[in-house]
Design a protein around this ligand. Sequence first.
Ligand code: HEC
Length: 159
Amino acid sequence: MKLTVLTLAACAAIVLPAAAADVTYRKDVAPMIKKYCAECHSSSADAPSMAEFNLDQEKYKKAKVGPLTDTFEHLLQLVNGKSMGAFMRRLDDGTSLYSGGKPGNMYKYLGETDAERATNLTVLKAWVGDGGWNLNRMAARGDVPAITKEQLDKLILKY
Ligand code: HEC
């Protein structure tokens, strides 16, 4: 019996390489963000903090830099902080509810090929947590309702 459970667990690990419990910011997400986003979202690119970005978004868009994503704390601003859901909205592949069938405008940076982007998105979704990948904001906008407590409870975001 014990053997069967272990075997099942091993199989599950193979089928689900990006099980939420295994995905961490330090091991999986930080290296990915460094590789694909640092060019425009790091201090070496002169990227602003979230608060600074919000003071003058037009200026930073012209300079082709986005808010800092180079630390756990900075990144969380875009996940469940001041810019709730921005991470999901910008990186979605166009299949989530409220995406309107269009990928977010940062999805293209998530890899060079469709396969690479899809794999990376799977890892990011697992990091966020099963049921936690939602495009909603803190407040309702247009047809998109505000994020709910139930949705927020799904977030894992392991450091
Ligand atoms: C070539 C430069 C460039 C790259 C590479 C890039 N971004 Fe961006 N990003 C920007 C710019 C410029 C903005 C601000 C303009 C806009 O909102 O589209 C932005 C905006 C964003 C926003 C919205 C911020 C907000 O508060 O609304 C998020 C989230 C984001 N990027 C995430 C990422 C992630 C994650 C990656 C890596 C997978 C990435 N970006 C790669 C240039 C880039």
